[in-house]
Design a protein around this ligand. Structure first.
Ligand code: SF4
Length: 433
């Protein structure tokens, strides 16, 4: 009988891809099969995220829960960013954990499972050219890493300490992965990196040095690929050449994630983001002008240390001017190993909560106005998922989630859909062609 693997993935798309890599390695080399029941697993992995405080706090209670229900002899491994920053502390606090594997050491999974109490968290480890076995959680969409690590030093962010310095994956490997994905039937690729439009900054070894715009051109030349998405670009590196390629290339999906973090130039300085309010507004305006149907999403942190009422109003002002289609907003929480952790001019927690709720309510009003304009319009939707309520779900080119009544034959197809019912999160429609 084959061994069973249960894996829980928290956090960002990079973690989703890391989990896919671990599943592939474990199934090809060790014969593991996936299960969604932790009780019957021979190996339980938690692929952790440390960007926010909450999931880290939850880790130990979750581990305790898994330890109680796991079958005799089953192993537990902690992987990902929290593994990188807590390292052996995890085994000290939860001695039943069998190994700890950092976010930069995913390729060692086949080896660490055989070393009890192994802690592999080397953030200088270079796996940029490691040939992972193949596994995709969706046959319709392929996640492809284009770089690992991050060279920025944003003062609130722990990622450079958990994923190490930035290294770009050679372009020929990325194009080869894209071809493989197209041959296996995926129409969409999702290029991943902490800072994708900084691509080409550093390679390990001698490789052709191209930038992200050129990489996009090469990926879009792969036959069979109809849609290209990427995350996350950095507003600082959104030069004209990049925006023009984004606008001109029909295979690039017209949705852009532009992590704002704060609308105040002063706070952006304290965050060491490398751009100010005016630059951000200028780039967003250029995008809206060149791609009228673009949808722009963003990340916002409220109540960063030192944030005054005026700084906060600047953030609302950027929201008013850009009218984001989606925001991911959070109250600032200090992360270990970051510069901001030592900042003392913290914002009163009550004020922080009030700012966050007000900002989210404001976004809701913007979103209601935006989604109201979708009613009656037609979009091309790529269907990727069958929901239990009898609906098939997919995304438009500009990242609107659309559901229609339908079954399996819709999956993997791009169909014309007329929107009949709108809401903040999902739009409903009917197929017209
Ligand atoms: S760009 Fe800044 S926020 Fe993004 S991963 Fe790098 S350090 Fe963190």
């Amino acid at each position: 009988m084959s061994k069973k693997l249960f894996i829980e993935t928290l956090g960002c798309a990079m973690n989703v891809r890391d989990s896919e890599h671990m599943i592939a390695e474990l199934s090809a080399r060790e014969g593991y099969e996936l299960t969604d029941n932790a009780k019957e697993a021979d190996l339980i992995l938690i692929n952790t995220c440390s960007v926010r405080e909450k999931p880290v706090h939850k880790l130990f209670s979750e581990l305790g829960g898994f330890n109680k229900i796991k079958k005799e002899g089953a192993k537990i491994g902690v992987c990902g960013c929290t593994a990188s920053h807590l390292g052996k502390e995890i085994i000290k606090k939860a001695p039943y954990v069998n190994f700890v594997l950092g976010a930069r050491n995913v390729s060692k999974i086949g080896e660490v499972i055989h070393r009890d109490k192994a802690v592999e968290i080397d953030i200088d480890f270079d796996e940029s050219q490691f040939a992972f076995k193949d596994f995709r959680s969706s046959p319709y969409k392929a996640y492809i890493n284009i770089s690992i690590g991050c060279d920025k030093q944003c003062t609130f962010c722990i990622v450079p300490k958990t994923r190490g310095d930035e290294i770009s994956i050679p372009a020929d490997l990325i194009v080869a992965e894209t071809r493989k994905a197209a041959e296996s039937g995926a129409k969409e690729v999702f290029l991943l990196g902490q800072n994708v439009n900084n691509y080409g900054r550093r390679f390990s070894g001698e490789h052709e040095k191209i930038n992200f715009t050129e990489l996009l051109r090469r990926v879009s030349a792969v036959e069979g690929i109809e849609r290209i998405r990427f995350t996350s670009p950095h507003p600082l590196h959104m030069d004209d050449e990049f925006i023009e390629e984004f606008a001109r290339n029909p295979k690039i999906c017209k949705s852009m994630h532009m992590p704002l973090q704060s609308g105040s130039t002063e706070i952006l300085k304290a965050m060491k983001r490398g751009y100010g309010k005016e630059w951000f507004l200028n780039r967003a305006a250029k995008l809206r002008e060149m791609v009228p149907d673009v949808s722009i999403s963003t990340d916002i942190i409220v109540a960063f240390p030192g944030e005054s009422d005026q700084d906060y109003e600047d953030t609302l002002d950027v929201m008013r001017q850009v009218r984001f289609e989606q925001i991911f907003s959070f109250k600032y929480s200090p992360r270990p190993l970051t510069e901001a952790e030592k900042m003392t001019d913290t914002v009163d927690p009550e004020i922080a909560s009030e700012r966050l709720s007000r900002l989210q309510a404001y976004q809701d009003t913007i979103l209601d106005e935006i989604t109201a304009t979708y009613r009656g319009r037609e979009f091309d939707v790529y269907f990727e998922e069958l929901r239990s309520d009898g609906y098939a779900a997919g995304r438009t080119d500009n990242n609107i989630t659309v559901k229609v009544k339908g079954s399996e034959e819709l999956l993997g197809t791009i169909r014309r859909v007329k929107i009949t019912e709108v809401s903040r999160l999902v739009q409903y429609g009917e197929i017209v062609a």
